[in-house]
Design a binder for this molecule. Sequence first.
Ligand code: IMP
Ligand code: MG
Length: 413
Amino acid sequence: MNTQPVTVVIGLQWGDEGKGKIVDSLARDYDFVVRFNGGPNAGHTLINKDRKLVLHTIPSGVFHRRTKLVITPGVVIDPVKFKLELRQIKEFEIQLKSRLVISPKCNLILECHKELDRYLEELRGKSKIGTTLSGIGPVYADKARYLGVRIEDVFNKSALQEKLRLLKKYHRFETWNLKRQIGELESFLDEIQGYLKPTEIILNSAVANNKSVLFEGAQGTLLDNTFGTYPYCTASSCLSASACLNTGVPLTKINRILGVFKAYVTRVGAGPFPSEIREAGLNESIREIGKEYGATTGRPRRIGWLDIPALKYSCSLNGCTELALTKIDVLYQLNSYYVVTRYKLNGEVTDFASLRTEDLYRVEPELKLFRVKKSTDSLYQLALDLKNFIEDQLNLPIKLISYGPKDNEIFTF
Ligand code: IMP
Ligand code: MG
């Protein structure tokens, strides 16, 4: 029996809950930090000694030199972006040798996937998903129909050529220069070959040897491709259980599930958003205070109030054992803020799970007003008030409250 934590950190909203910072602050106590889902659609922002590092694929434990970093088969890798990320990390004088491990089973995002993502969005016209155009949907679709190209396939040039020819035909992507694509893949392989190892063996033996492991989820529960707001979602599973499916570490080994959520809600891309703030001025001012622009695409994020019915849904799907609340400093800069406590549809109280995606556009949120009394209350008092209210609503303990981007700006309980 492992007495060390084997933890899944999972986003409870539509991504950008501040998981990167939470993982960074927990990582010093973990032997392993593991990315298991999504790809470079994710953007995890870390601040270290006033310098900012935005990660897309590499686990958020980079700053803790003792911590091993693992990328497992559920992750899709864009070779071009990955090389840039490695270069960026080098500028921080962080050594990855003997720390980073990548599974050769990871599927690769190729030029055809990015092209197809753009094309599909164009075809959708007004009903665009608002994807990050990173090729995520198409690469997972090709994986499912046995057309995927994995890192391990790059070792065998003639077999790789055959796979790419088939893909080119299937997608009718006549202008795709396969020679250039192969050159790119080979140079990627040269750079990462030393990191390739069977991550399922490494992680299972770590767990068997009483090491601590942190699985870092990407995106958020409401972007899950089954339980999220389909089709306005991402292509991988974002639930805690997907940490097992995508790493090969069995369910019985997980002993802690930490759900991360922001004190208000943001969403990038299209799709229903029941607690969205319609008042343009307020929406904008929270966006500015919270610097709510996509870390991957730079797009302005949509802003909404904290949404309890959505959180209840997410906590139940993930089986959270504890919670982390982030960005309360943003609410502290307002004079008042709201929390959505219930949903009504056609006058009847309802819950998130019972609603079809299209109902979520029409739902009527009930709001509770909170005043910020800066003259008498400290930021810590606001933290306590929110903690008590939310814990009561969700019946789960909040163990961490983050109040700024720096790694030391965090209350622990
Ligand atoms: P895709 O994952 O690029 O296909 O995008 C699908 C939807 O998920 C879009 O609404 C994106 O904005 C959203 N999305 C994907 N990754 C993230 C993320 O890391 N944070 C927030 N939203 C994301
Ligand atoms: Mg992000």
